[in-house]
Write a protein that binds this ligand. Structure first.
Ligand code: UDP
Length: 232
């Protein structure tokens, strides 16, 4: 299960919310890694490049409405990713937790598993279909549902793993190669939503946190290279 933030589809080099060259690069890496390792791959994509529920709520909007806008943003990103991955010759399906039959399939667990078995990259949109979550928690939930071996959580902020403190603020911070779920929680390391971390702990799903903006890292993660931080 690959978790991509919406911002991973944007680029510092352009003003676009979805940068075509960035999406194409991710799509190339996803398609190449899938065929090289013959791995079943699902992707949960966020929407933060377009809208986050907390943005509207902070300005007085109804939180549930604002979160629904965020979920719809993830569908926009999912379609961009689908288009780019299929242009690489890799079949995909977008499954949405909010039904929109004209646009994509509904999320049905058994259908997701069947698509994976057939070698399709399954792109999961609209999070869990419920407000008050970010896409980290649906990434964890769907990983459990499809019996994923691991979650690969791609970062996009230049921080290439889990650090003892924010390395952008404290240059002396050290990156952990491995860390336990409870240490992440007790040290409040804010690498992923706590709901997602505790869910992964309860269901024994390891999480590899790595820099997805570094070309070649999806392959490196699947090859077992020592990149990022493994939370287990
Ligand atoms: N969201 C939601 N329920 C979900 C998943 C997402 O309400 O199950 C909304 C929430 O408002 C969130 C937004 O969709 O802020 C975009 O997702 P996220 O913030 O996770 O995007 P990312 O930071 O990964 O780009």
């Amino acid at each position: 299960m690959l978790k991509l933030s919406g911002e991973a589809l944007a680029s510092a080099a352009s003003d676009e919310t979805i940068d075509a060259a960035t999406v194409a690069r991710l799509a190339r890496e996803i398609a190449a890694a899938r065929s090289e390792f013959e791995v079943e791959m699902a992707v949960v994509v966020g929407g933060g490049n377009i809208w986050r529920g907390t943005t509207g709520a902070g300005e007085g909007m109804d939180r549930a409405t604002s979160d629904t806008m965020g979920m719809l943003a993830t569908v926009v990103n999912a379609l961009a990713l689908q288009d780019a991955i299929e242009r690489e010759g890799q079949p995909t399906r977008v499954l949405s937790a909010v039904q929109m039959a004209e646009v994509c399939e509904p999320y049905i667990r058994r259908r997701a598993i069947r698509h994976l078995e057939k070698g399709r990259v399954v792109i999961l949109a609209a999070g869990m279909g419920s407000p008050y979550f970010t896409t980290d928690t649906p990434a964890a939930l769907r990983a459990a549902e499809i019996e994923a071996d691991a979650i690969m959580k791609g970062t996009h902020s230049g921080v290439d793993g889990v650090y003892s403190a924010d390395p952008r603020v404290q240059p002396g911070a050290v990156r952990y190669e491995e860390i336990g779920f409870m240490e992440v929680v007790s040290q409040d390391l804010r690498v992923m939503d706590l709901t997602a971390i505790t869910f992964c702990r309860d269901n024994s799903i390891p999480i590899l946190v790595f820099d997805i903006m570094e070309p070649g890292n999806i392959r490196a993660a699947l090859a077992g290279d020592r990149i990022g931080t493994l939370i287990s």
